[in-house]
Design a protein around this ligand. Structure first.
Ligand code: DQA
Length: 154
C-alpha cells in the first residue's frame, strides 16, 4: 500500500458526537478534545511512518462517502462509528467495501448499557479495540503499520 517515497496513508474516521469530546460525558470519554485526539493520533502515525488524516462527522452520508473513498483508493481505515456502531446498516454496508478497517471505541462498550454490546459493524472489520481510551487508536495504527506492505523492505 505504501512506497519508499510516500508514507502509507491511513484515514481515522470518527462518527457522531465525537466532535464533542472534552465536553461530552467526560467521566466516560475524558477531558481531551477531538483536536487533542487528532494531534495525538497524527503524532502516533508519524512515528510509525504513516500519513494519518483524522476526520469527524455527525452526518451519516458524509461518513459513507469517506468510506467509499477508502474503498476506491484502498486506504486502510481506523473507524470509531460511535452510535452508528449499534444500528447503522448503511455504515456497515459501506465498511464491508473497505479492505482494511479497525473498529475502535474509546469506552468499554461491553461494560455499559446493553445496547452498546452489539455492533452491526464488527462482522466487516479486521479487528475491534474497545475501552482503552485514545490508546486504542495508537494500537490500531500500530496494527495497520505492521500489516501494510513495505515495498522497500523486499
Ligand atoms: C463510542 C461508544 C458508542 O457506544 C457511543 O455511541 C459513542 C462512542 C466510544 O468511542 O466509546 O458515541 O463509540
Amino acid at each position: 500500500m505504501g512506497t519508499a517515497m510516500s508514507p502509507t496513508k491511513v484515514l481515522v474516521l470518527n462518527g457522531p458526537n465525537l466532535g464533542r469530546l472534552g465536553r461530552r460525558q467526560p467521566e466516560i470519554y475524558g477531558h481531551a478534545t477531538h483536536a487533542d485526539l487528532a494531534e495525538h493520533v497524527v503524532g502516533t502515525g508519524t512515528g510509525l511512518g504513516l500519513e494519518v488524516e483524522v476526520r469527524q462527522t455527525d452526518s451519516e452520508g458524509e461518513m459513507i462517502g469517506w468510506l467509499h473513498e477508502a474503498a476506491d483508493q484502498n486506504i486502510p481505515v481506523v473507524l470509531n462509528p460511535a452510535a452508528w456502531t449499534h444500528y447503522s446498516i448503511a455504515v456497515a454496508d459501506a465498511v464491508a467495501q473497505v479492505n482494511f478497517v479497525v473498529e475502535v471505541h474509546i469506552s468499554n462498550v461491553h461494560s455499559r448499557e446493553g445496547f452498546r454490546r452489539h455492533s452491526v459493524i464488527s462482522p466487516y472489520v479486521t479487528g475491534v479495540i474497545a475501552g482503552l481510551g485514545f490508546g486504542g487508536y495508537d494500537l490500531a495504527l500500530t496494527h495497520v503499520a505492521a500489516s501494510v506492505e513495505v515495498p522497500e523492505a523486499r
